[in-house]
Design a binder for this molecule. Structure first.
Ligand code: SAH
Length: 217
């Protein structure tokens, strides 16, 4: 519990959705997969890799093939149980709330997909500070997310129109979650201000891929 109802509701939603996640996510993501894999395989992802918000393991499978070892963090034990089905030999899963996370070691690369849009603006800088602490000096951060193009897919929540959207599960349960749509240009501006140098491209309609390094000091 964080005492922040939207952040708690978001994790509750994913815990409850874990078993039905792939049924909707896979057909949504698969058409863009080849474009994303082209960037993922550009040789930045290697050595010891940290994956954040690893979910059902859709990306973990690919990271496992590129990395020596993968550490995969997710706040939901239910999601981790789904990802374990792939029985990936070089992946260590750990349950971790990413809004209450202080990295205790460093990795060669940090990867996350469909996570940053769930990080609200007021937690954005602290999240990136933690990512910076998790990265070796010559390391790289790569992430996949939606562009603002994907906004049309969501049911906006009138109470918090810019941040919260409503998601429903098959059994009818309904949750509010964070969804902040940031364009590649907005992300680049914000990350530059935090000391990152990024290349962010829309690699497939609606999906962006970012490669970021700490700016040379
Ligand atoms: N990266 C995966 C999953 C994205 S869905 C993919 O692309 O398919 C978002 C993930 O964030 C879910 O697995 C959910 O359990 C996790 N999550 C939600 N809130 C979290 C929190 N506070 N800390 C850590 N993980 C969280």
């Amino acid at each position: 519990m964080t005492g922040n109802s939207l952040i708690d509701s978001q994790l509750d939603y994913y815990r409850a959705r874990a078993a039905e996640y792939d049924a909707t996510f896979v057909p949504y993501m698969d058409p863009a997969l080849d474009s994303v894999l082209e960037r993922l395989r550009a040789k930045n992802i290697r050595g010891e890799v940290l994956e954040l918000a690893s979910g059902t393991g859709y990306w973990t499978r690919h990271l496992s093939g590129l990395a020596d070892r993968v550490t995969a963090l997710d706040g939901s034990a239910e999601m981790i149980a789904e990802a374990r089905r792939y029985a990936l030999p070089n992946v260590d899963f750990r349950q971790q709330d990413l809004f209450d996370w202080t990295p205790e070691r460093r990795w060669d690369a940090v990867f996350f997909a469909h996570w940053l849009a769930h990080v609200p603006d007021d937690k954005f800088d602290a999240f990136w500070a933690a990512v910076g602490r998790a990265l070796r000096p010559d390391g790289v951060v790569e992430f996949v997310d939606v562009t603002d193009h994907e906004r049309r897919l969501e049911q906006k929540d009138d109470q918090e129109p810019e941040v919260a959207v409503r998601r429903n599960l098959k059994d009818g349960r309904s949750f509010r979650i964070v969804k902040v749509f940031r364009s590649p240009a907005q992300l680049e501006e914000r990350l530059t201000a935090l000391g990152w140098t990024c290349r962010i491209d829309e690699v497939h309609p609606g999906f962006l891929y970012a490669t970021c390094r700490p700016a040379a000091r």
